[in-house]
Design a protein around this ligand. Sequence first.
Ligand code: GRG
Length: 330
Amino acid sequence: MEDLRNLVTDEQVWVDLEQTESLLLDAVVSEDDYLTKIAQHLLLAGGKRFRPLLALLAARFGEANDHRRLRAGVAVELIHVGSLYHDDVIDEADTRRGAPSVNANWSNTVAILAGDFLMARASEVAATHLSQESVRLLAATYAELVEGQTRELQLVDSLGHPVSAYEKVIEGKTASLIRTSARLGAIAADATPEAVDALSSWSWEVGMVFQIVDDALDLVGTEEALGKPAGSDIREGTFTKAVLEAARGPDGERIRALLDRPRPFPDENVAEVIDLVRGGGYVDRALEEALDRAGRARDALSILPANPTREVLASLGEYLVRRVEDARSS
Ligand code: GRG
């Protein structure tokens, strides 16, 4: 995979990200050592830190250069990781970020409590260091994540719902926090309202690209690239855009027959569905849509000053789509 480090050549951003890392670990220290250990578990397990990176990049468009931009990154990553603790309980996941998930290693109760703790600390960081508008935005985004996840639950095992319903899910569960990451970074650096809005529009499209790419990877990535077998979404009864569209196409009857049974689906059924979806060109169509969105993201940047950071942002959507080509099994 092409490294984000090659794309973002502004060294200051990486220095900031290092500092964000230690602030993140500090933010989840509790009086109770047991809770600290569990709250730091997923932070120490890795993660791309994509959301703090967006906050820091967006902050380059403001005049201020103080600690607030780091706090913005900390707050959004804590919300993200807190939601992963809860997501792993919902999905009964065994691993996360290549490490045992908290629910699997400890228990569901512990994972829920630790997720809540991260959320609480995100709010505390924002209320202590950021503006009231940022606190409001984080709270609203938290609600959007829950709405997105709740919508997804209602669509599980259904191939009949419109693709627009799935789009609403990914708006809520992914694009909302990615947009808030850029917005909070820009606000923390005292960027102008026009710049904040441009970065918001850009990051919304980038957030959608991010999830469309993630969904496509699940259908075409190798096990090696994904760290898990392809088709996990299908196995969980989550049918993403390409699968929903294929189910409405000429192979729809066969796809519905393969999935019309209680889970877990046999491996050969999942493999055949993936072949039909890929063979019908539906993954490529989803990626074309992602590229269109990447173009729209780029267009949103036109009012910002033309500088090297703007060039990085302009290429980020296409960079995300290229990840699929790198991870494709054929
Ligand atoms: C408690 C806020 C809260 C929410 C509860 C569980 C839930 C409702 C929402 C979950 C939302 C969710 C898991 C969305 C998926 C977002 C996503 C794209 C995750 C993967 O993000 P990456 O690839 O992961 O950035 P890393 O590990 O690199 O950070």
